[in-house]
Design a protein around this ligand. Sequence first.
Ligand SMILES: C[S@@+](CC[C@H](N)C(=O)[O-])C[C@H]1O[C@@H](n2cnc3c(N)ncnc32)[C@H](O)[C@@H]1O
Length: 322
Amino acid sequence: MIAPKHGSVMLKEVLADLNAQPDGIYADATYGRGGYTRALLDAVKCTVYAIDRDQEAVDSAKALLAAYRGRLTVLHGRFGDMLGLLRDCGIQHVNGIMLDLGVSSPQIDQPERGFSFRADGPLDMRMGLSGLSAADVVNTADEAELIDIIRNLGEERFARRIARAIVAARSDSPITRTNALAKIVRGAVPRAKDGLDPATRTFMALRLHVNDELGELDRALEAAEQLLTTGGRLVVVSFHSLEDRRVKRFLQQRSDDSAGTSRHVPLPETRPAPSFRLLRRRSLTPTPEEIDRNPRARSARLRAAERTGNPAWPPNSERIAA
Ligand SMILES: C[S@@+](CC[C@H](N)C(=O)[O-])C[C@H]1O[C@@H](n2cnc3c(N)ncnc32)[C@H](O)[C@@H]1O
C-alpha cells in the first residue's frame, strides 16, 4: 500500500458516493497525481482505468502502476473522449466514474505551466500542451472575442475594460508572461472589496477557454451516461460555478427532477425515461476541517448520481432542452 496524500479534495465523500464493489471496473477520468485512484485501489479489490490529458500526470503514475500491477491502466487523453479511450482497451461498460475537474496542484504550482498569476511564467495554460496557448489567444483574438471569453467564462463584469487594456498593451509588444497579463488586468479594473486579486477571473476564463473545459465536461457527462452499467455511480467534483451548473442541469434533466427545470421551457412530450437517479438534490461541500487543512478545497461542490437501467438519452438532449 502507498500512503495516501492529503491533497485530494473530498476524497472520503467521493469514495462513499462511488460505492465501489470488489471486481468492479472504475474510471478515474482526472488522474492528476492519483489521489482518488490510489485510495480506491486500496479500499476495494477492483480495477481502475485512469485518464489524464497531461502527460506529466500520466508519467507520474509509474509507482502506482508497479504497486497495483494488473489492476490499474493509465491512459493519456481527454475525458471528453473517454468512450473511445476505454473502448480501445476493450472496456464497454464501467461500474463507476469519478471526475475531479480543473487543474491539479502540480499544474498550478509550476510557474512554467503558466496557470498562475502569483508567479511569473510563460502565458501557456494548456493542460495537454497542444493547441492554442493563452498567449496565442491574448495576442490574436479580437477585442469582441476577448470580451466574450472574459465575461462569459470569467463572469467578470469589467470584461470590456480588461479586453480594451489587453488590446492596447499588445499593440506595443506581445503579452507573453503571466505577470505581464496580471499587471494589465490589475491596472484596468478597480480593486475588489473582497480582496480577490483582480486577475483571478480573467485567468480562470482564459484557462477554461484554452482547454475547452466546458465542452470537455459536456462530452464527458454524455460518455458517462453511455458507459455506466445499471447501478453504476457518477461522482463529479467541480470548482467553478459554470461547471457545477452544467453538471446539475445535466443530472436534473436525466433524472427527471423537474424542480430543476425552468417553468418557461416546455417539456418535450416524448421525454426519455430517466437515465440517472440523484443521490441527493443538493451538492455536497467540503467540511470546515477540510477547508482549514486545504484552502484549495473551499469552492468544491460534489454531485453524484446512479445510472438507472433506462437507455442513454439521445446526444445533445440537455442542450436542446436547456
Ligand atoms: C484536480 S486534478 C485531479 C486530482 C486527482 N483527483 C487526485 O486526487 O490526484 C484534475 C486533473 O484533471 C486533468 N484534466 C483536466 N481536464 C481534463 C480533460 N478534459 N481530460 C483529461 N484530463 C483532464 C488535469 O490535467 C489534472 O491533472
